[in-house]
Design a protein around this ligand. Structure first.
Ligand SMILES: NC(=O)c1ccc[n+]([C@@H]2O[C@H](COP(=O)([O-])OP(=O)(O)OC[C@H]3O[C@@H](n4cnc5c(N)ncnc54)[C@H](OP(=O)(O)O)[C@@H]3O)[C@@H](O)[C@H]2O)c1
Length: 251
């Protein structure tokens, strides 16, 4: 019961998995949530447990459904009795131009990316309060502040994530909880398979990046972990962009 616990939504592959590994390296037990891919989740659990000697609980739950999201937090409490870090990483979304967006695309995307974050943060804060505080970090992307092709509903959901972070940072501060967002440039995960312009996006992201390469999942994981350390105590409600400087370019 004394070991610290981190919960990562969508923590079984991609960026979430890199974040999970970073916390495991530092001795945290983990709750890793996923939506559909059970085999993948079990492989990640086995790999992290054997490599880092921590306990990993995997929980299947579509976080866009509040009942399932609540089940995720109930399981966390039953399994470990505490929560020190909550990483709002899972995301989904429909990639279409403005004129092709239907109501169901909007609802699906906002429910998973934005609504789940607010209500999950409520549950996380209640659990963290039991041990005197903790850290929350959410993942965002450059489409929150820029107009990317086919990205309108996801971009709006990420703008909401960044705004929710600012409110949480202020209102959860008295509970000794820090809250921030990490945003990133394009990272080559399965998520990019849904982008109609994937090849072009990755090529441009690498070629034009002032840092000379594409962003890797571990680059985001390092920033997320730092925000959950005492050294980041005075950083509150910020969106830290990890993109090698790509978004600074005018064109
Ligand atoms: N990739 C990029 O270029 C990039 C750049 C900047 C920021 N980000 C952000 O980083 C985060 C992770 O992205 P990624 O590229 O690593 O994604 P990914 O490879 O597509 O992985 C998504 C993860 O989220 C889970 N997930 C999806 N929908 C869910 C739901 N409704 N409920 C619970 N879990 C769900 C998936 O579970 P299953 O395995 O069961 O499907 C999987 O574990 C996202 O917030 C994304 O917006 C990504």
């Amino acid at each position: 019961m004394n070991k610290k616990v981190a919960l990562v939504t969508g923590g079984t592959r991609g960026i979430g998995k890199a974040i999970a590994e970073k916390f495991a390296q530092n001795g945290y037990d983990l709750v890793l949530n996923y939506a559909r891919k059970s085999t993948n989740a079990e492989e990640t659990k086995r790999a992290i447990e054997s490599r880092y000697g921590v306990t990993v609980k995997i929980v299947k739950a579509n976080i866009g459904e509040l009942e399932q999201m609540n089940h995720l937090f109930d399981t966390t409490e039953e399994t470990f009795g505490r929560l020190d870090v909550f990483i709002n990483n899972a995301a989904s979304g429909v990639q279409r131009p403005v004129m092709d967006i239907q109501e169901k695309h909007w609802d699906w995307t906002q429910d998973i990316n934005a609504k789940a974050y607010l209500f999950a943060a409520q549950r996380a804060a209640k659990l963290m309060n039991k041990t005197g505080g903790g850290h929350i970090v959410a993942l965002s992307s450059l489409g929150a502040v820029r107009a990317l092709p086919n990205y309108v509903v996801v971009g709006v959901s990420k703008a909401a994530v960044e705004a929710i972070t600012r409110y949480l940072a202020v209102e959860l501060a008295p509970m000794k909880i820090t809250v921030n967002t990490v945003s990133g440039g394009a990272v080559d995960t399965d998520a990019l398979k849904h982008f109609p312009n994937r090849e072009e996006l990755l090529e441009q992201a690498a070629k034009r990046n002032p840092a000379g390469r594409i962003v890797e999942p571990e680059d985001l994981a390092e920033a997320v972990y730092f925000l959950c350390t005492p050294q980041a105590f005075m950083i509150r409600g910020q969106t830290i962009t990890v993109d090698g400087g790509l978004s600074l370019l005018a064109e």
